[in-house]
Design a protein around this ligand. Sequence first.
Ligand code: ADP
Ligand code: MG
Length: 359
Amino acid sequence: MTIRHISGKDIHHITSGQVIIDLTTAVKELLENSLDASSSQVTVTFRNYGLDSLEVSDNGSGIQEDDFDQVCLKHATSKLTYFEDVESVSTLGFRGEALSSLCAISDVAITTSNKKLKPKAYQLTYDTLGHLSSKSLISGKVGTSICVSNIFKNLPVRRMELTKNSKKEFQRALTLLQSYAIINTCVRIMVIHIDSRGKKSVVLSSTGSSMLRNNILSVYGPNGMYGLEPINLEVNLKTRFKLKSTEMKIKFTGFISNCSFGQGRSSSDRQLWFVNNRPVGLPKFSKSVTEVYKTFNHLQYPVIIINLEMDPVYADVNVTPDKRTVLINNERLVIESLKEELNALFTNQDTRIPLNEGA
Ligand code: ADP
Ligand code: MG
């Protein structure tokens, strides 16, 4: 057997499908870029459930003219310079892979303007390798709009799956967008769907309020806060658990169902976890919190909207390309402190649902 090097171009195509796994990852990456650009307003537009196109427009800082050539190149980023920076990075993105991967699997067009350029803006298109292929001057506001058309055009299996399940995939993307709309206080996030006949509908619209509770109401509707109790817990793990070394301070904020008003037996939809405002999956946290909840209300599951804040050096988000898996130092103790807090909270409410009820 002969071992050969795969060409850079082929590596690019192979790895891009792993960075942009599905419609949800594509929209997540674009939205995170808008949030990293300090936008206060972001509009996401899906055409035909994202099959035709997906466009994310913001009023953020815009892209500098000098960066037009490299913005879509692999591992080109304005957010990180050295590996060591990963530990303390506060932006949602930092790997410089999203736009280049999108170029490899779809058609990418960018319109952008910044303080220096306005009222002029540039319309840019890129080829599959992320090289700038056209540039034209138009008029436009400060901000960036990135349009991704024909997603997975050269990955037939994925394109077919998306076509078959387009409504389901769109719903999944929408669920993720809801979590960003909730946690991003002071950012107005709007999601629009335009169907194949051109009919436009607003499917999500947050107010951009500075209060988490208002964002929950704008995303989940007027009953969205019903039965939710606030959580506000600060713990110094070193003093609390008598740790020898690490000075690790953590803070939990958000809401959880009180023990009389959870959500349905099979529904765990509204269980949103964030680490330093980043929507993530924390399955061990969900399991532990649900266990505590079940001792007070065995019939239901809690609605959970909890943000865990800590120094980023204690939370490694660079585990998977989508950054939804997080490794947390002293995770067991972090969970323990939350469980104690919830036990105390629910014991105070103690409207425990008897074990035989509804059984
Ligand atoms: P990353 O976010 O990891 O840096 P991306 O491929 O997502 O990598 O984006 C590459 C670069 O493009 C970013 O670092 C940023 O400088 C620029 N960029 C992308 N989207 C926007 C946007 N909406 N507004 C301003 N700059 C953007
Ligand atoms: Mg990014």
